[in-house]
Design a binder for this molecule. Structure first.
Ligand SMILES: Nc1ncnc2c1ncn2[C@@H]1O[C@H](COP(=O)(O)OP(=O)(O)O)[C@@H](O)[C@H]1O
Ligand SMILES: O=P(O)(O)OC[C@H]1O[C@](O)(CO)[C@@H](O)[C@@H]1O
Ligand SMILES: [Mg+2]
Length: 495
């Protein structure tokens, strides 16, 4: 298909999905909402922080590559590594001491809603879904301020033994403290010096310090848990994210097994009204391999219908599932990496017993769909096109306040290189006898035991920001698929 034909497909997909969003009764979204404190750091501020802590201590820590931030020196070590390599990183911290130190020595520029569940809840509410039921186990008064003020955004609470749905700003917070993550953004070209060693930052990027104090648990209030089945008239699907916060061990002796079991119980309870209820898990960077594996094999496998990830996350997932070589190939810079990506996606689909694996990269999205999925392959393609429009909107204007904002994304041209990059995959699939060039170019391939949907995406050259674009892609594709499932009346949930 020529680029102009893809643009036509985009326009059609947008009109179709936009017109059907109101058919979705609602979506349940949990768990990780937080406040992102964003600071764009400059050279002077770097000099000041290096001066306070001393280069010797920072360099020593850089050599040890701290995987948890326990002190300001750990923080500076990870920040300088990220700046030196131009790489994004997310590192946990288990106390609020660093927050206090950063407030004293740096101060953030602005704050906004953070966390995959928080970002996706606000987006879906802004898109005008009938109901978005958001749940965050640590909802605080401060956190509630960051949810959009729309009547369709609801929080489930139990009052006088009754389940009530209210806006997050109307909930009793019981003195809950907020979770504040710091996002330190840095720019290409900045010069950083430490102990006479200087470098120039090669790329714009950011370090996220994820606040994970001991009280932060991926959990659900038991009174609410018992009442999940009552949500059945309100939702057609659920999006779950934030499992990366689970720790191997807690101060009170509980371990990740306890929280994994609870996470599974919530999913099973959500499915109680309808075993086919679409349940999407959004993956992310998870440093701890024990937790990464447990999420995939104990939470996602058998319980969830779809998984959303970027290419690095595909490699990370394959790595803990025992496919180290393939993981390595996915990350390679040559043209075979896209073939490895496809093969890896097939493994994830089969090993994790999923219906959909959604992979987003810069320039193209891929969905692998199992044979038993109730929606046509063309409808899956529409869902990906809609997701790309949202991503382009988010990248262009940094926010999506309504479905009409997405007209901006629709106008962003399809990125030709994205589709060209897929030529080695096309050649491979044709060589294997899996499809013809025509089928590949249409973006819809029926392979053995699964379908493959591939679309070239819209890429914004000078994005307004990048945090949360992946979340917009996955939430957009999920909502679009729900409209298709509703259209086909495949959801048979008793009213
Ligand atoms: N400039 C851009 N224009 C359009 N899409 C983009 C742009 N930059 C990034 N994206 C999309 O955003 C995705 C990032 O997703 P991910 O890595 O999951 O990050 P996050 O979850 O923090 O949003 C990329 O895979 C790509 O598809
Ligand atoms: O792992 P955590 O603490 O939920 O952090 C998630 C971080 O990732 C983001 O959701 C970006 O994808 C940020 O908004 C947030 O700070
Ligand atoms: Mg992501």
């Amino acid at each position: 298909m020529e680029i102009e034909d893809w643009e036509k497909q985009y326009a059609e997909a947008f009109e179709n999905i936009k017109g059907s969003l109101s058919n979705i009764r609602g979506v349940f979204v949990a768990y990780n909402s937080n406040i992102d404190a964003i600071k764009h750091i400059n050279e002077e501020e770097m000099k000041k922080l290096v001066g306070i802590l001393g280069c010797g201590a920072i360099q020593e820590k850089m050599a040890r590559y701290p995987r948890v931030i326990d002190s300001p020196v750990d923080f500076m070590a990870r920040l300088i590594i990220s700046m030196r390599d131009g790489k994004a990183a997310e590192v946990p911290t288990h106390t609020v001491d660093l927050h206090d130190w950063l407030m004293d020595n740096l101060v953030f520029d602005y704050a906004r809603m953070g966390g995959q569940a928080g970002i996706m809840s606000n987006l879906l509410a802004n898109l005008g879904l009938n109901k978005v039921i958001t749940y965050v186990p640590w909802l605080s008064e401060e956190q509630a301020e960051y949810f959009v003020d729309t009547p369709n955004l609801k929080y489930p609470a139990v009052e006088d033994s009754e389940l009530v749905l209210k806006h997050p700003k109307q909930i009793n917070y019981h003195g809950q403290k907020p979770k504040v993550n710091w996002i330190i953004e840095f720019s290409k070209g900045m010069n950083v010096c430490c102990a006479g060693e200087c470098f120039t930052v090669p790329r714009d990027n950011r370090l996220i310090v994820s606040s994970r104090p001991d009280w932060l648990r991926i959990d659900m209030d038991s009174e609410l848990y018992e009442r999940i089945p009552q949500l059945r008239q309100d939702i057609d699907g659920a999006i779950l994210a934030g499992y990366q916060i689970i720790r191997e061990e807690y101060g009170d002796g509980l371990t990740y097994h306890h929280y994994v079991e609870k996470a599974v119980n919530v999913i099973e309870s959500l499915k109680a009204c309808n075993a086919d209820m679409p349940i999407h898990v959004e993956f992310t960077s998870i440093q701890n391999k024990v937790i990464r594996k447990a999420i995939l094999t104990d939470i996602v496998k058998k319980h969830v219908t779809s998984l959303g990830l970027d290419t690095v996350e595909v490699a990370n997932a394959l790595n803990v599932l025992g496919y180290e070589e393939l993981a390595f190939a996915v990350m390679s810079k040559d043209e075979k990496s896209v073939i490895a990506l496809y093969e890896g996606a097939v493994i994830l689909l089969k090993e994790l017993e999923l219906q959909i694996v959604n992979i987003h990269s810069l320039g193209h999205f891929i969905s692998l769909v199992s044979e038993d999925h109730p929606v046509t392959i063309e409808d899956h393609r529409e869902a990906l096109l809609f997701a790309s429009i949202l991503a382009a909107t988010q990248a262009s204007i940094g926010k999506i306040s309504s479905i009409d904002d997405a007209e901006v994304g629709l106008r962003v041209p399809v990125y030709e290189k994205g589709y060209e990059d897929l030529q080695s995959l096309a050649a491979y699939l044709i060589r294997q006898g899996i499809c013809s060039m025509d089928e590949f170019e249409e973006g819809c391939v029926n392979a053995l035991g699964h379908s493959l949907v591939i679309v070239p995406t819209k890429v914004v050259h000078d994005p307004a920001g990048t945090v949360g674009i992946g979340d917009a892609i996955s939430a957009g594709a999920f909502a679009a698929l729900l409209t298709k499932i509703r259209d086909r009346d495949k959801v048979k949930c008793p009213e």
